[in-house]
Design a protein around this ligand. Structure first.
Ligand SMILES: NC(=O)C1=CN([C@@H]2O[C@H](COP(=O)(O)OP(=O)(O)OC[C@H]3O[C@@H](n4cnc5c(N)ncnc54)[C@H](OP(=O)(O)O)[C@@H]3O)[C@@H](O)[C@H]2O)C=CC1
Ligand SMILES: O=C(O)[C@@H]1CCC=N1
Length: 271
């Protein structure tokens, strides 16, 4: 049977909170009336209320009194200041889930208290369409039920895996930031289609379906990407001519360097 969750509170109602809210409601895990968002911007509160029907507040006390599960979805740079407002209202009944890049369980415990049940999570924006990729690490106060709660929350909007906390900066550089790399690649492919003479809307449709279809093919067959690439590259054909240009441009090294840089930035944000 599917687990359900108590009232869910978001600290911060920005891009990632919105992706999660939309995905969670669409998944049927909970309803919009059982989600509350604390957000300072009145425009943002109105937008979230009007679009999703979630309850909004500007007060930390109201959020903490209404919700047993809190998702921290603010920028890491603001966290110390913002969480000082929350600390007085947190009790042993709360489970706190942080999606902030780089911020460690140790740092969170310093801000929120040593005894708080904390889970550090790295989701990504495709959660909005129930195709997110999430990894999480709990602290040692977390119960099996808390693990199930986090797992239910993020499995409802995609795939979810528990990892040691030492791997979470790499997860951030890979799948947290990953949609940004993929969209850059998609944009470049569309421009390539236009350069080759296709109308932009036609190029867009073809590229989006190609990227979606390639990921689906790899997921559903379980075949290694090298095997699937081999099936596209006819001897002396078009694909190998294109791949030669990608290799000349050191695409693999560039992509690996991007993930390394993002992982390092996650570490810096947490330092
Ligand atoms: N975007 C992504 O793809 C991912 C982001 N993350 C993490 O999620 C977090 C949020 O990122 P993202 O959604 O992109 O950022 P956004 O800037 O879109 O969202 C942050 C939100 O927090 C609000 N905020 C500021 N001060 C407070 C406060 N005192 N109380 C409550 N809310 C406040 C901001 O309001 P205002 O704008 O009015 O200041 C804003 O709406 C970050 O820590 C990021 O590392 C994790 C995975 C993926
Ligand atoms: O760019 C960022 O810092 C956030 C974290 C992962 C994705 N977006």
């Amino acid at each position: 049977m599917r687990s359900s969750i108590d009232t869910l509170g978001f600290v911060g109602g920005g891009q990632m909170a919105e992706a999660m809210i939309r995905g969670i409601v669409a998944s049927g895990l909970t309803t919009a009336e059982k989600i509350m968002v604390a957000e300072p911007s009145v425009f943002r509160r109105d937008a979230l209320l009007n679009q999703y029907g979630v309850v909004c507040t500007s007060e930390a006390e109201m959020l903490c009194h209404s919700c047993k599960v809190l998702v921290l979805a603010i920028k890491p740079q603001l966290a110390a200041t913002v969480l000082a407002e929350y600390r007085p209202f947190l009790t042993s009944e709360h489970l706190v889930i942080s999606i902030m890049a780089g911020v460690t369980l140790h740092t969170l415990a310093g801000w929120l208290g040593d005894t708080i049940r904390l889970i550090r999570v790295m989701p990504n924006t495709p959660a909005l369409v129930l195709a997110g990729a999430t990894a999480f690490s709990p602290n040692h106060h977390v119960t099996d039920q808390d693990r199930k709660t986090a797992s239910a929350l993020f499995s409802a909007v995609g795939s979810c895996v528990e990892v040691p906390e030492s791997q979470l900066d790499a997860v951030t550089g890979l799948s947290g930031s990953g949609p940004g790399y993929v969209f850059t690649f998609i944009e470049a492919m569309i421009d390539g289609g236009v350069l080759a003479g296709l109308p932009r809307p036609v190029a867009e449709q073809l590229v989006l379906q190609t990227v979606y279809g390639s990921a689906k093919l790899a997921l559903e067959t379980g075949d290694h990407p090298a095997v699937l690439k081999g099936k596209v590259t006819s001897p002396g054909g078009t694909t190998i001519a294109g791949i030669q240009v990608l290799e000349d441009g050191a695409l693999r090294g560039v992509v690996m360097g991007a993930i390394e840089a993002a992982t390092e930035r996650s570490r810096e944000l947490g330092a």
